[in-house]
Structures are given as C-alpha cells and as structure tokens.
Design a protein around this ligand. Sequence first.
Ligand code: DGL
Length: 271
Amino acid sequence: MNFMEKEKPIGVFDSGIGVLTVVKRIASALPNESIVYFGDTARVPYGSKSNETVIEYAMQDAQFLMKKGVKAIVVACNTASSVALDELKAAFTVPVIGVIEPGAAMAAKLSTGGRIGVIGTRATVNNHAYAKKILGLNSKLEVFETACPLFVPLAEEGWHEHPSAYIIAQEYLHELQMKDIDTLVLGCTHYPILAKVIQKVMGDKVKLIDSGIATSEVVRSELERIGLVSNSNALGRMSFYVSDIPSTFQKIARIFLEREIPDVQKILVGS
Ligand code: DGL
C-alpha cells in the first residue's frame, strides 16, 4: 500500500456539535490518525427532516470530506446512518462507516437482562434503525425505543447540566423507566453530552451505550483490514469545519474534547 494513502485523514461528519462526542472517541482510540471533521451546524437538526432531505445533506457532507482527500468516512450522525448509509456506501469508493451497527452490537453484547432501551431522534426511532440491528443479532432481546428531540437543542445550547435538562429527561425517559431495561443506547451523537443527566434519571443500574466508542473500534478494524492504518508515531492533525459557527461551539468543544479547537473554519456546504 502506498505510503501516501495511509497518511490520508479519516473524514467524520455529523449534523452539529454531536460530532465532538465521536471525534473524542476516535482521537483516543486512534491518536496517530489525522482527522477532518465536518459539523453541519447551519442545517442541524437532521432528526426532524424527511429521509430524502437527510440523504441529500449526507451526500453533500461526504462529498465535502472526499474533496479533503479522506481515506474513510465515518457517518457520526445516527440519523444519517439510519437513512443514508446505503446511498453513501454506493456513492463513494472509500469505506463508509455508520454508528448504528457498532452501537447495536455493543448493546446486544453487554445487555445482561435482555431488555434494551434506545433513545434517538424521531428519524432514528421511526426508522427503527437500532431495533432492527439489535434484533437481527439476537431475536430474543427486547427493544424499547423513545425519541428525545429536545435533547439536541439542550446540548447545542450547552445546557447539559441545566435544571431544564433534568426535567425534560424525566419526561422523555418516564416510559423507559417503567420497562425495567438494563441497557440504554444513546442513539444520537448529541446525547453523550447529556449522559450525566440521563444516567441520573435512569439510575446507576442501567448501562449507557455510547455508539462513538463502539464505532472507533470498527474504524480501527476496517483500516487494518484494508491496510490503511497510519504509520505515523506523531499525534494526528485535527481539522475542523462547520457550516456555521454557533456562539457556544468553542465552549462545548472545550468541555467535550478537553482541549481547545483553535482553528474552526466555516464553509459553505452543498455548493
Ligand atoms: N447528531 C444527530 C444524530 O446523531 C442528532 C441531531 C440532529 O437531529 O441532527 O442523530
């Protein structure tokens, strides 16, 4: 394999700042890989849009990353992974990795009681993306899905510890509390930002599954499979692009990546 190919960056996109939760996991699992991130902050949320629109946006996001010369694309958005993964895989020659399959596999593996909750956007829940994958792995498991759309603006607003986050979480998670679940999939990249509140409402016995962790392992094994793991010993470069720079962006980035992202570039996507 050509040296240059291995040193190309991995491309990661999401509809908004949720990309940070996946970035964090990939950067810690694969510290020597360079990564180009794109957050479509101007068009978030994807979760309340039609499948056609999400597919169109996801294709544009991936095309932007391809122009940056990436060696693989991580669809770090559950909504886009739910509805656009097949189209993306068909359109691009590099490996395209979504977050649903890795998260579903982790939940199926770690569930001790066989009762799994899934929270996500309306699009992810209405498409039963996680339920289909989890039940495909083990049809004896029981899956309970709930959409929590207001978690996204709470996370975007930096209100992950605000009292309103707790009240909204209690309202959304009330039904799942009654289902005696042992595992809960955070089926939206924004939700790990609210993990503390979600854990508090669901109680310590419920294991939270962060698809970003499972996805970073799949990215590693896919790069190994195709012989494209970077040979570098140095820390990978991070390049950050967004379609709009929200005022809270730096604050949330600092909290979740535990470092500054000094150079966030705004780009026009889809042009
Ligand atoms: N990041 C999206 C996801 O993981 C949620 C935010 C949105 O609705 O765009 O589904």
